[in-house]
Design a protein around this ligand. Structure first.
Ligand code: FES
Ligand code: FES
Length: 169
């Protein structure tokens, strides 16, 4: 069994552990970084385990932890806080974009990646962006609505630079 020491930054804090080289990033995050990163399948299909690695979304069940050596990983715990949600998280709460919440971290990361790339997406583009994320509860409609709501709010904020904080409410 090959073991090696691994150090990476998780939500801004360094985390080190000696692990087996076959360990998946999602297990490293749960077992050594204390995050609640979800595991929803064993076929790399559900997207519940999605995180950002150096700012790019990745399914953490498809990445070996050693591949993240020296990198920066952001999990859902590293985004907004309950008192300071991101615009997309806020839109999910208002548009009822979740029920059980199991898929939600992955949906948030997938939606944010789209908005970073396409600030004003069409509904079709939103649905396409979610093709790697499965939800058992919502029927997707409210998730799509939440992402479109966040996009419209950020757009309003951009159009009203004098009072951007009001447009994000
Ligand atoms: Fe990673 Fe399902 S747990 S895609
Ligand atoms: Fe339950 Fe999506 S809200 S799986």
């Amino acid at each position: 069994m090959i073991r090696q020491k691994l150090t990476l930054a998780v939500n801004g804090a360094p985390v080190s552990a000696e692990i087996e080289s076959r360990e998946l990033l999602v297990h490293f995050l749960r077992d050594h970084a204390g995050t609640g990163t979800h595991i929803g399948c064993d076929t790399s299909q559900c997207g519940a385990c999605t995180v950002q690695i150096d700012g790019k979304t990745a399914k953490s069940c498809t990445v070996l932890a050693v591949q993240a050596q020296g990198r920066t990983v952001t999990t859902i715990e590293g985004l907004g806080t309950p008192k300071s949600l991101t615009p997309l998280q806020q839109a999910f709460t208002e548009a009822h974009g979740l029920q059980c919440g199991f898929c939600t971290p992955g949906m948030i990361f997938a939606g944010q990646a789209l908005l970073d790339r396409v600030p004003n997406p069409t509904e079709e583009q939103v649905r396409e962006a979610l093709h790697g994320n499965l939800c058992r509860c919502t029927g997707y409609q409210n998730i799509v609505s939440a992402i479109l709501l966040a996009a419209s709010r950020v757009q309003q904020a951009a159009d009203s630079p004098a009072k951007p904080e009001e447009a994000l409410r």
